[in-house]
Design a binder for this molecule. Structure first.
Ligand code: ZN
Length: 232
């Protein structure tokens, strides 16, 4: 009997992680989801993730309360009193940066993978369109993977399907799995908590919209760019 391939997807209900989830469902025998509730500004995303996870066919879906992150990390995403700004802060980071977020999330996802006997943790982080977050860079992910494997004495890969894709290519990836409409209409990326096309003005909406426009205007080119990146 061949071994069942299992993956844990860090799943927020947004465009990127939903696209990763759809791809994983096509690549692994068993896909499990993990979603983090840290009292984020767009808390509606928890409900979006819950219902999408059910519909798409997650074998299990952990929704974890990590409100301690909210208590410690002060950011426009964790405090309603701080408005999301399009300007960078003095340290060169956007004010939506939540320090330690992906360190915590990947650690918890790694623990869940350990319990399930899954050898892959999948996250939709992306260095190309990374909004300036240092914990979305490839070097960070590789360092986390090494720390988790050393700390738990087993091999679990952190898979980052979107790491080198731009937003247009991420749309092309969803389209490749015949899920462009689903991702466009039913995921939540907007910092103002509006599903689908969102508010249209926050940084997350702008990034998402520009990518979609680029993809729709140059479908064949973007698809071929995606294909050549996926071969590497
Ligand atoms: Zn928005």
């Amino acid at each position: 009997m061949s071994k069942v391939s299992k993956a844990v997807v860090v799943f927020s209900g947004g465009q990127d992680s939903t696209t990763c989830l759809i791809q994983a469902l096509n690549q692994y025998d068993e896909v499990h989801g993990i979603t983090f509730d840290y009292g984020q500004r767009h808390s509606e995303e928890i409900e979006v993730a819950r219902s999408l996870g059910k519909r798409l066919g997650l074998v299990s879906h952990k929704i974890l309360d990590v409100s301690m992150l909210n208590e410690l990390a002060i950011s426009a995403l964790t405090r309603d009193s701080i408005e999301v700004s399009n300007e960078l802060m003095e340290n060169g980071l956007p004010n939506t940066f939540v320090p330690g977020r992906n360190i915590l999330f990947l650690t918890l996802a790694g623990i869940y993978a350990y319990q399930l006997g899954a050898n892959s943790v999948i996250t939709g982080v992306c260095e190309t369109d990374f909004s300036g977050y240092p914990d979305c860079r490839n070097d960070f992910v590789k360092a986390m993977e090494s720390a988790l494997n050393q700390g738990m004495d087993r091999q679990c890969e952190i898979v980052t399907p979107l790491m080198w894709l731009n937003k247009a290519e991420t749309w092309a990836l969803a389209d490749q799995y015949k899920s462009l409409e689903l991702v466009r209409d039913e995921t939540l990326t907007c910092y103002n908590g509006i599903i689908g096309n969102g508010c249209g003005t926050c940084p997350a909406c702008l990034l998402r919209q520009r990518g979609l426009e680029d993809y729709c205007n140059n479908r064949e080119q973007v698809q071929s760019d995606l294909a050549s990146k996926c071969q590497k």
